[in-house]
Structures are given as structure tokens and as C-alpha cells.
Ligand binder design. Structure first.
Ligand code: ASP
Ligand code: MG
Length: 409
């Protein structure tokens, strides 16, 4: 008998039929004797619909009130789910964030989970009840409703699994696992049996949308075994886990494309101590996450600085950078949204030489110009022109033979 946390995404609970369909999976597991905690997203499209409603009344809806609004999406699905379970004679209790005691900070729209008091949930489980928990939402210390950011239900599920020391956390979605590349872009993409937490973190941050990135960080930190699988099939899915030697044989496990970044270039920046901090401090204080940063070798006391931020933050970033750039005597600030970031990821990169050269060769074979490069131990990313993004995915997938299952040791 195991304690299992299952999470169902929006497409899996998009209508009453689908709710009944996935609830039957839960019932099966519960009848097999497992303790079941079910974290749910809002119905597909619902969160967007609610945001749209808010925006009809205000260009920039107040973040506190927007979170109160958005939290209703998950309230609907947990209650419907429990209504169905109860009608089937299965004892079930739905819990919203304050009832499930999911405590967060007060960063509306991007709140962080600080802790979960599991007493209530454990009580319900002890009574052999299925608990349905509203994903994506939390409460701050005085009871304000917060939300965790888009896709945040994954984080709710993993945090819940960690807090309950669950045996497994299963994330059910509309794809049957993690692929070597996005199958919609790359027809030869292959489902991975396993992927390491580190690789998954890179893939998630690079634009593979299967799992929300914070959930993977949580899973790694607390060693939560994570399975990604489809709610529409019985296929086994992909296990996200710690690495072992076999996973290091191949240099590259996957290719990811991100089209949500924008590039900011500041030209002729005086090369003196203290300039970089003056430029980046206001951006950091505005909670904008800067990704790649490249500074050139300076010529005659001046240098160029280029960095990337999420596209949604470009306007704000430009507003923050422009006055500082003028103050320090830089020449100009240019923003560019016409970029894509293409990345290859693999724990095996650590032990295989020539991976970068092979990547650059493959891109050059298609005449794709590389605008920026950055690397980590298990990742190489190139910023290229947006229009080449999808082609680059296919080219790199081929170049590293990702369509073939890796050799076994
Ligand atoms: N409903 C929220 C969203 O659409 C959270 C989630 O589905 O994970 O972003
Ligand atoms: Mg999701």
C-alpha cells in the first residue's frame, strides 16, 4: 500500500466526461488500497478565460484581486471531482489552499510555497478518504489567497508529495511523457524512459513545457520520484530521477526550444568597476529574471553588453535600463524579440568531448547564424533568429541521433 499524489492538468479535467474518466483511475488505485491525494488544475482554458475577464475591467488587474479570481478555476475542479467520487460511493474531500494549509509568501501571481501543514490531509487519509487539493493556489500568513504562477499545479503536487513523504508523485497530462524534442516540431522525437532531475530542470527552463520548472527543483531537493504520463492512455510515462551511469553514455538527451526570450543590447558601455551592478540592480529589484549575459572584451575602455529576459519583461526592462545607460554614458539600448534559444541538454556531456563543435557544425550546415552562446555543465544554448528555431530543433535532433534509443551498457 502506497501513498500516491496524482496531479491532473487542465486538459485531463476539461469537462465532466474527462473528470469522470480520470477519477476512475483514482478510484481504481484507491480500491487497490493506496492512499490517494489528487491535485487538480483548472479546466483547460479556464485560467486564461478568467484573466481575460479581469482585463476587461482593468488594463492591469490588481494582483491581489486577480489571484482571488484565478483561484476559482481550481475550486471548480476539486469540487466536481469529489462530487463524482462521492456519487460513486468513494469517500472524498476537496480542500482549497487554506484548508490544505499550503502557506506561501505574498508575491501575488508568483508566490512561493513556504510550507505545508499536512495535519488535516493526514487526518482525511487516515479515515481512508480520497483528498482532492486545489493546485496553483496558496495562502499567505494572514490568509490572503495567492497563486504560484502559470502551470503552478505541478509545484503544488510535488510540494505536497514532499511534505507527505509520498511514495510517488504522478503528473498526468496530455502527452505521454518527456520527449527528446517537442514531437509537434520534430516528428522523430522519442519518449524518454528516464531523465535526470538536472536534465529535466534544464529542459523545463529551456522551454520544454511538460513540467513546470519549480516543481522539478522541489522534486530534486526532496528526492520525490516523479512520473510524467498521459491521462488518456495506460502507457508508463517518463520517470524523473537521479542519474546513473547508463544515462551518461549518450552526450545529449534532448533538444529544447524557447521562443519567449528577448534580447537587450547596450552598446559602448564604459568599462569600469560598478557599471554592471548599476545596470542590473534595478532589473533584479523588479524581480525580472535575467538569463544569458554576455559582455565583450573591451576596446579602448568601452564594451558591449547583451543579455536576455523573458519577452513579457522586455518593456519593463527597457524602461529600467534606458535611464541608467544614459547616466553611465552608454551609446544606446536596443531590444529585440525576434530571437529563439535552442539548447541541447544531457548529463553525458560531462564525459563526452566535442559536443559544442558538433552542435555548431549542425547549425552552420543549415546556414543558421549564432547570435549568442552560453553553456553549463550539462547544457549548451545558442540564441538564433526566431525564424530558424524549429528547423534548428530538427537539425540538432538528427545530429545527435536522438531518434534512436540509447545503447544499453
Ligand atoms: N490553472 C493554472 C494555469 O493554467 C495552473 C495549472 O494549470 O497548473 O496556469
Ligand atoms: Mg500544466
Amino acid at each position: 500500500m502506497a501513498l500516491i499524489v496524482q496531479k491532473y492538468g487542465g486538459t485531463s479535467v476539461a469537462n465532466p466526461d474527462r473528470i469522470a474518466n480520470v477519477a476512475n483511475r483514482v478510484i481504481q488505485a484507491w480500491r487497490d488500497g493506496h492512499k490517494m491525494v489528487v491535485v487538480l488544475s483548472a479546466m483547460a482554458g479556464e485560467t486564461d478565460r478568467l484573466i481575460g475577464l479581469g482585463k476587461e475591467l482593468a488594463e492591469d488587474p490588481d494582483p491581489r484581486e486577480l489571484d482571488v479570481l484565478l483561484a476559482t478555476g481550481e475550486q471548480v475542479t476539486v469540487s466536481l471531482f469529489s462530487i463524482f467520487l462521492r456519487a460513486q460511493g468513494v469517500p472524498a474531500t476537496s480542500l482549497l489552499s487554506h484548508q490544505a494549509r499550503i502557506y506561501t509568501d505574498r508575491a501575488y501571481g508568483r508566490a512561493r510555497i513556504l510550507g505545508i501543514d499536512t495535519a488535516r490531509i493526514k487526518e482525511e487519509l487516515k479515515k481512508n478518504r480520497v483528498v482532492t487539493v486545489a493546485g496553483f493556489q496558496g495562502v499567505d500568513e494572514v490568509g490572503n489567497i495567492t497563486t504560484l504562477g502559470r502551470g503552478g499545479s505541478d509545484t503544488t503536487a510535488v510540494a505536497m508529495a514532499a511534505a507527505l513523504k509520498a511514495d510517488c508523485c504522478e503528473i498526468y497530462t496530455d502527452v505521454d511523457g518527456v520527449y527528446t524534442a517537442d514531437p509537434r516540431i520534430c516528428p522523430t522525437a522519442r519518449k524518454l524512459e528516464r531523465i535526470t532531475y538536472d536534465e529535466m530542470l534544464e529542459m523545463a527552463s529551456l522551454g520544454a513545457k511538460v513540467l513546470e520548472i519549480r516543481s522539478v527543483g522541489f522534486a530534486r531537493r526532496y528526492g520525490v520520484p516523479l512520473v510524467v504520463r498521459s491521462s488518456f492512455t495506460k502507457a508508463p510515462g517518463t520517470l524523473v530521477t537521479v542519474e546513473d551511469e547508463e544515462m551518461e553514455i549518450v552526450p545529449v538527451s534532448g533538444v529544447a526550444l524557447s521562443r519567449n526570450d528577448a534580447r537587450v543590447t547596450i552598446t559602448r558601455v564604459p568599462d569600469r568597476p560598478g557599471i554592471a551592478v548599476r545596470l542590473f540592480r534595478p532589473v533584479a529589484d523588479a524581480n525580472i529574471v535575467v538569463d544569458m549575459i554576455i559582455q565583450n572584451t573591451s576596446i579602448e575602455g568601452y564594451t558591449d553588453l547583451t543579455f536576455t529576459v523573458p519577452q513579457d519583461d522586455l518593456k519593463k526592462t527597457m524602461e529600467l535600463i534606458r535611464p541608467v545607460a544614459a547616466e553611465v554614458g552608454a551609446q544606446q539600448v536596443v531590444g529585440d524579440t525576434n530571437i529563439a534559444k535552442i539548447s541541447i541538454v544531457g548529463v553525458g556531456m560531462k564525459n563526452n568531448a566535442g559536443v559544442a563543435a558538433r552542435m555548431f557544425e549542425a547549425l552552420s550546415g543549415e546556414n543558421i547564424n549564432i547570435l549568442m552562446i552560453s553553456t553549463s555543465e550539462i547544457k549548451i544554448s545558442c540564441v538564433i533568429e526566431d525564424k530558424y528555431g524549429e528547423l534548428a530543433v530538427r537539425v540538432l535532433h538528427d545530429a545527435f541521433d536522438l531518434g534512436q534509443p540509447p545503447p544499453k551498457r
